[in-house]
Design a binder for this molecule. Structure first.
Ligand code: ADP
Ligand code: MG
Length: 701
């Protein structure tokens, strides 16, 4: 442990980076390296490359062309070079005075006036050259590289970096020939002879070792969490012949697809077990996940328990609410049971009524936003939680759920005394339309079971996707007019520019005005992220009710919106969206019997053409309607970080390994993890503590 000092600013910055222990510092690896081991002569130097020279100052003056700057000319005997500083102190002018001999580092540019460097670093010439490459570490404001380098060196010297791999396990994997200590020492100070390319693309054996270490920690943590989960208890909910579940099936206006039946059975099997279900249900947009969820809810309700269904936004939650009421209320009413509705924006009185229904157990199903578990909601007998449009429930959320079940006054689980004593957790079903390729999901989340609906309900007309340049907008507007004249409805999606929400709004508002003007007699609505919820709801109601022809929106990222009469979707600046996002959006149309289309409007770049990758991506959209295929292509383009990374967990999961590229290492780690937990528990514990320290919670639950 570093000595506790009065926290200086850099010390605080270290903490912010999570670098609190010696081992954390030792495992903080360079982003890249600078080569300060060599000096070059200006006459041998190459344009555009970083160079280190030693030279004498021959001129130093403040000039105003065009802005105030310090201009220093140096001569290394082979050529001269101009150094420019746009901000400088008097002390610098002294250090750079005529006659000083300096060692200078910077990017060399060759203009017609000769060599130049802008804001180079410099120090007095002479002194030994370093023998190793200089590491450049990931850092934050207030933490200079020099300070960080020293801290890392110290950490590395003090930390215990002895091997935690059980003996013999690296033999099976060729690249793992380096021990951890050796790999770390090398990565922090590589010899200049090494190929920078193998360091940068992480293919070097030293990097392989670090990636194997990290993946093993991740797999151990997952497995441990799975084993902890396996001793938790949940009520056993068996589907009864003639029960609510069968009544619901019989009442549906359609029959389930084979895929829906299959995943329904997988879920029913889980519910019948005393170990809480922890299952991810994946299915493309429109594949019919909601009814599968409703059937699971029916099993729980039939067994006398309560079920909670949560959606990420109020609009989505409300859609579910309406659908589920339609399906379930007629069946629940004769049993004296109700469906309750719970959100943040609810009126106090209504909310009070709903809370009472939930507490009394009269509300068999509770639908809402995450407010359902975050607030003072007391369930009588909660047994199943369903979460829509989320790959993964956060730790805090899962613990909150667990707490809901272990609250005082809850009817204890049926079973022996010992089972009552075990920690209980509701069965958990997560649903997502953003497909994580199955192998990735299974290998990465050891503690998660995955069900996939790989079939769409029959009778869907495929959505025709067209790429159209932005300057042909008028034709698109004609098309909108024609669709609306047929009684159909249209979505117009404006892109979300992450840096500027305000700009989005301006764009969307301008588009809304332009479309309103171009389409007299058509009701054109606007929905954007900054609108208050009641207003959003009112707009959505008009659209879902068929009273609005065109909906302009920045947030049809309200994934899950279901308006079967919508037959055309226009996505502006489609080139700015991710493929999976486009696919999600496109899934909003083609939900009814009418032929549907999706227009991807793109802006031509400065060259008058769409860039090559952008074109390839949009073409992929036009070519395939299969969400999993699109996810695969997206994975190729962007890497798995987007699927599994910080966005969902709140913390970056893998720093070094790449799930798409390091498949072999991942397999190795997955096979080793159970062996290690069983046969070398102490090594496993040391390994986890070393790699995850206080962060292990992020990888669990
Ligand atoms: P998603 O998987 O995107 O959440 P939904 O559950 O919203 O999809 O279902 C999309 C639409 O398909 C809904 O209107 C739903 O009622 C309908 N649907 C679901 N299953 C079937 C089926 N087997 N046959 C016909 N229509 C179905
Ligand atoms: Mg849905």
């Amino acid at each position: 442990m570093p000595v506790a000092q009065a926290s200086s600013a850099p010390q605080k910055a270290l903490e912010k980076l999570g670098l609190t222990r010696d081992i954390d510092l030792a495992l903080h690896l360079p982003l890249r390296y600078e080569d300060e081991t060599r000096l070059v002569k200006l006459c041998d130097a190459r344009e555009g490359e970083p160079a280190q020279i030693e030279a004498v100052v021959t001129a130093c003056e403040v000039v105003y062309r065009p802005r105030r700057q310090l201009m220093v000319t140096v001569d290394d005997g082979s050529d001269t070079c101009v150094l420019r500083f746009f901000s400088f102190y008097p002390s610098q002018q002294k250090a750079l005075a005529v006659g000083q001999r300096l060692r200078i580092r910077g990017d060399l540019k060759g203009g017609f006036l000769g060599w130049q460097m802008v804001h180079p670093t410099y120090k007095p010439a002479g002194g030994e050259l370093p023998t190793a490459l200089t590491p450049v570490y990931p850092t934050v404001a207030g933490l200079p590289q020099a300070y960080l380098r020293k801290a890392v060196l110290g950490g590395l010297a003090r930390a215990d970096v002895s091997d935690t791999f059980p003996p013999g396990v690296t033999d099976t994997l060729q690249p793992l020939v380096w021990a951890l200590r050796e790999a770390l020492t090398f990565l922090h100070h590589p010899t200049p002879a090494v190929s920078l390319a193998t360091l940068e693309d992480h293919s070097h054996p030293a990097w392989q070792r670090l990636k194997a270490e990290e993946l093993l920690a991740q797999q151990l943590s997952q497995l441990q969490s799975k084993r902890e989960h396996d001793v938790l208890r949940a009520p056993q909910l068996a589907a009864r012949a003639g029960g609510l579940h069968e009544q619901l099936l019989a009442a549906l206006p359609f029959s389930l697809t084979a895929a829906q039946r299959r995943v329904g059975e997988e879920i029913a099997r889980d519910l019948a077990r005393a170990v809480p279900m922890h299952r991810l249900l994946q299915g493309d947009v429109g594949s019919g996940k909601t009814i599968v969820a409703a059937l699971a809810a029916a099993i729980a309700i039939d067994a006398g328990w309560q079920c909670a269904l949560m959606a990420p936004t109020e609009i989505l939650a409300e859609q579910h609410f309406r659908k589920l009421i339609g399906w379930l209320e007629p069946l629940l009413a004769p049993r004296g049971l109700r469906v309750a509705w719970l959100t943040g924006s609810q009126r106090k009185k209504e909310r009070g009524e709903m809370l009472a229904l939930i507490e009394s157990g009269e509300a068999a199903l509770v639908v809402g936003t995450h407010a359902v578990i975050q607030e003072q909601v007391r369930f009588k007998r909660l047994a199943l939680a369903i979460i829509d449009e989320q790959h993964r429930f956060g730790v805090a959320q899962r613990l909150a759920l667990r707490a809901k079940m272990n609250e005082e006054g809850q009817t204890p689980a049926i079973g022996s005394q010992s089972e009552v004593c075990a920690q209980r957790e509701p069965h958990l079903l997560m649903m997502s339309a953003t497909p994580i390729p199955r192998t990735l999901a299974m290998s990465y989340y050891a503690d998660l079971d995955v069900s996939i609906i790989d079939e769409l309900p029959p009778g869907r007309t495929p959505v025709v996707t067209k790429l159209i340049a932005d300057d042909r907008r008028d034709e698109v507007i004609e098309r909108i007019r024609a669709q609306v004249a047929l009684g159909r409805q249209v979505y117009w999606v404006c892109p979300l520019i992450e840096e500027s929400e305000a700009l989005d709004l301006t764009n969307a508002t301008a588009t809304h005005e332009a479309l309103s003007a171009a389409l007299p007699g058509v009701v054109v609505g606007l929905l954007h992220s900054r609108m208050p919820v009641p207003e959003k709801k009112a707009v959505m109601q008009l659209f879902t009710g068929g009273h609005m022809g065109v909906l302009v929106s920045t947030t049809v990222i309200e994934v899950g919106v279901d308006v079967p009469n919508a037959s055309l979707m226009v996505i502006e600046h489609a080139e700015r969206f991710g493929l999976s996002q486009l696919h999600q959006l496109r899934g909003r149309v083609g939900r009814g019997a009418a032929a549907s289309a999706c227009v991807l409007l793109y802006a031509r770049g400065d060259s008058g053409k769409l860039g090559e990758t952008a074109r390839a991506r949009l073409k992929a959209m036009a070519e395939t309607a299969d969400g999993f295929e699109i996810a695969r292509r997206d994975l190729e383009i962007r890497g798995p970080g987007e699927f599994l990374g910080a966005r969902q967990s709140g913390a970056p999961l893998l720093r070094f390994a790449d799930l798409a590229l390091d498949v072999q290492l991942l397999d190795w780690a997955r096979q080793l993890a159970p062996l290690m937990l069983d046969r070398h528990p102490q090594l496993a514990e040391r390994h986890l503590a070393r790699w995850l320290g206080g962060k292990s919670e992020y990888l669990k639950a």
